[in-house]
Design a protein around this ligand. Sequence first.
Ligand code: NAD
Length: 505
Amino acid sequence: MSSAPQSATLRALADEALAHGTLPGLPARHFIDGQFCSSAQGGRMVVLDPGTGRDFAEVAAGDAEDVDRAVRSARAAVDARAGPWRRLLPAERGRVLQRAAERIRAGAERLAVVESLDSGKRLSEALGDVLGAARCFEYYAGTCDKLQGDTIPLGPDHLAYTVHEPAGVAAQIVPWNYPISTAARGLAPALAAGCAVVLKPAEQTPLSALMLAALLHEAGLPAGACNVITGTGAAAGAPLVAHAGVDHITFTGSVATGQAVMRAAATHVTRVVLELGGKSPVVVLPDADVDTAVDNVFGAIFENAGQICSAGSRLLVARSLHEALLTRLLDKIAALPLAHGLRDTGMGPLNSAVQLQRVGAFVQRARERGVAVRCGGRRAAGAGLDGGFFYEPTVLDRLASQDECVQEEIFGPVLAVQVFDTPQEAIALANGTRYALVAGVFTKDFSLAHRLAREIDAGQVYINEYFAGGIEVPFGGNRSSGFGREKGLAAVRSYCKLKSVAARV
Ligand code: NAD
């Protein structure tokens, strides 16, 4: 599983947070128009530590009035005549984003501890996410002055060209599993394109987005270019995506909410990018290197306790390798401790009691259907886990294609295993759900790997390394996994409106 190098300062901060159950100076209000401010109605909500189940912070609970204030501020920042963000030279925009990257790196340790406390994820994973967020701003900083259009040859009597104009105000709706990563991968390309943003983090994990907004402001972002409204989906998310002043929506979350967002977007014909769920297959062909496959299958489902849209939650393994691979995988799982994310060992908790209940119910129903539970399958308890939302790493073996644990996203540390005899059968199984986000392929046969990459329907295919690539590689889904692409140059273009100009000269 991924991890970033750690310092004594990081450990000291994590120990302080463990000892006191919180950290001093956490942000507690919306960030609107360049400053922290309370909800118009004064609403508040608590934030829980998933590792203990206890609350450790309180933030503003926003509503339509707060959303409206933030959207107005964002509109002013990108006003075509006077908007301070819109009028900044592209190279200067790039410098602001570069400074933002430097500030995120400088504050990475505190951000990582807060992210771990808020989401439950292991500290080193949280630090990796924060450094990834800095890299994201660095990457898009370099795109600001390269959004060139084309000239189009129409002959001697015409001049035709295209211009990438900023879409305007972008709304970002972010889930709880990768709070700072998802916020950064939306904010950085939107700002690079010259848009202003109103971002609503998940109610479970609001803190890192507020901290990020303040850092961006310190880096020179003008007031209004980045606003963060905290609150529930119903009270703050719904009015944001239905707001007439929003020009573009990037939604990351569940299929059901994505459908609601798309319906709301239709009211004002607002453009939308949907990053939804997945049920991604990891295909292990008979000639695969078993050690590599085991390590990758393990990381693909147990990193962040399986709460990853692109988790490798289905293992499709060649019959000849099935028992050997599972034996090694089960040995590795047996050595995986569960611990509070800030202890930074093994696997952390699920993010909420709701998620714990949901994951447990899937496995309980599987048991009642007679599915072979090869390991795990229970809420984890014991020293250091009391009150936390811990679930054991679980492997369900030899599932039928129509089993709900093959078809539905569980979003927890539960691996569904299926066996195949031919590559054609593996492709059919891989394509056998409504999702099409990611697929992994493990084989030494390069042409077979690329044949599978072509025939499996997925937004991205990883060959011999699950989660390969970074911010440079476009990411997104097909079918019920959504549409539109984030990351890479595709993302910054998606925050632009393409204008064509054709003239008789
Ligand atoms: P969710 O859809 O319940 O919530 C996601 C966000 O939407 C939250 O901020 C929530 O407050 C907000 N929201 C809820 N109702 C809303 C409404 N009516 N209008 C506007 N916003 C609303 O999802 P979740 O349970 O928080 O997240 C888990 C899901 O997200 C999983 O299905 C997972 O696969 C998916 N996900 C996808 C990606 C991706 O990149 N494809 C990344 C992370 C998570």
